[in-house]
Structures are given as C-alpha cells and as structure tokens.
Ligand binder design. Structure first.
Ligand code: GRF
Length: 191
C-alpha cells in the first residue's frame, strides 16, 4: 500500500486526475494535499474527494519553517511518495535529504528544454517542431532531476497557443496517473 501526497499551489487539474485515478485503487491512496496558497482552487478539489489538505506558509514561516511542517505532515500521514502538480515552490536539499521518499514532478515541456513557469508559451514561440511533457524525480535544481517519462507531440502553430496548451494538459492528465501507478507499484514491490 503506497500512501500518496500531492503538493499543488493552484488550479489542481493534475491533482484531480490523480485523486480520481486512485479513488478505487485498493493498493494505493491519495492521503494528503499540501498547498501553499489558501485560496487555491485545488483545495476545493481536495474537499470534493475528502482528501485532507495541509496549508503551509512560506511567507510567515520561511522555507525552513514551511518545510519543517511539510516533513511533519509526511511523517504523520505515513506518506510513501510525493507527486508535485503545479507546486510553485522549490523543494530544498535539506528536505530532500531528510525525507527518504521519492518526490516526482510533472513539467509541460520536453526537459531539459524550457524549464520554469512559462514552458508552454516558450515552446510555442520557439522554432521547435515538437514539445510535450516530462515526469521526473525532483532534485534541488529546478526541473532538473532524472527523467522518468516523456511524451512528445507536434506543435501545430496554426491552431493557436490555447489549443496547444489544451493538448499539453491532455497529455499530462493521461500519463501522470499511469506513471504514478507504476511508481507506486515499484514502491509496493520493494517494501
Ligand atoms: C501543469 O502544467 C504542470 O505540468 C505544471 O503546472 C501545471 C499545473 O496545472 N507543473 P494544474 O494546477 O494541475 O491544473
């Protein structure tokens, strides 16, 4: 049984597909949402699925204080794996060292291209013929950890950036749960 925590800061569509996917999974379960924005829509999604939310406050507590609370929540909920889904904060080396559980992120480009918050727009405005999604382990550098999975699509510029963005999110929603399940399976096998 793998206990999952999702960290998210905003809309939470990827949180929702993970929550929906694991809802009827007898082996693995989304136990916790960690969020750093008290008005984020993702919190409403967590409530709908009756998944506990823990708010962390980087402004009041600083990185060290916020991560201390995160670590306590991970321990209290016996979390085995973390999936970041639009979490707009870096995970420090300190937290990575202290928690031994894998932390995974999804990013809307073919890393190492277009790291950071504007990947979709940057890919669309580039000369590249393809972009896509990357699912990767988190390390202390932004969008730089070992890649687990990538999926590419052709950038069809005539259809406009909104359509391209929709296509990227569709890929995320299709593959994040599947890759998450594979990761949980390997955690279950090794425990
Ligand atoms: C996704 O595009 C994800 O790849 C990136 O942040 C976005 C979050 O979207 N890291 P949502 O909040 O899951 O809708």
């Amino acid at each position: 049984m793998a206990n999952i925590a999702v960290f998210a800061s905003g809309n939470g569509s990827n949180f929702e597909v993970l929550a929906e996917y694991f809802k009827n999974d007898k082996e693995n379960s989304v136990k916790l949402l960690i969020c750093n924005k008290k008005k984020a829509f993702v919190i409403e999604r967590a409530n709908k699925f009756e998944i506990d939310t823990k708010l962390v406050n980087y402004v009041k507590d600083g990185v060290e204080g916020a991560e201390k609370s995160i670590l306590e929540h991970l321990i209290n909920y016996k979390i085995d794996v973390v999936f970041l889904a639009g979490y707009m904060k870096m995970i420090s080396k300190n937290l990575l060292d202290e928690t031994e559980i894998p932390i995974i992120n999804i990013h809307p480009s073919l890393l190492p291209n277009f790291k950071g918050a504007h990947a979709i727009e940057q890919a669309f405005n580039s000369v590249d013929s393809e972009s896509g999604i990357s699912i990767h382990y988190v390390n202390e550098e932004m969008d730089s950890g070992e890649i687990i999975f990538q999926k590419a699509i052709t950038i069809n510029r005539e259809k406009g950036i909104e359509r391209f963005e929709e296509e990227i999110h569709k890929l995320e929603h299709e593959y994040y749960p599947l890759i998450a399940r594979d990761i949980c399976d390997s955690i279950n096998k090794s425990s």
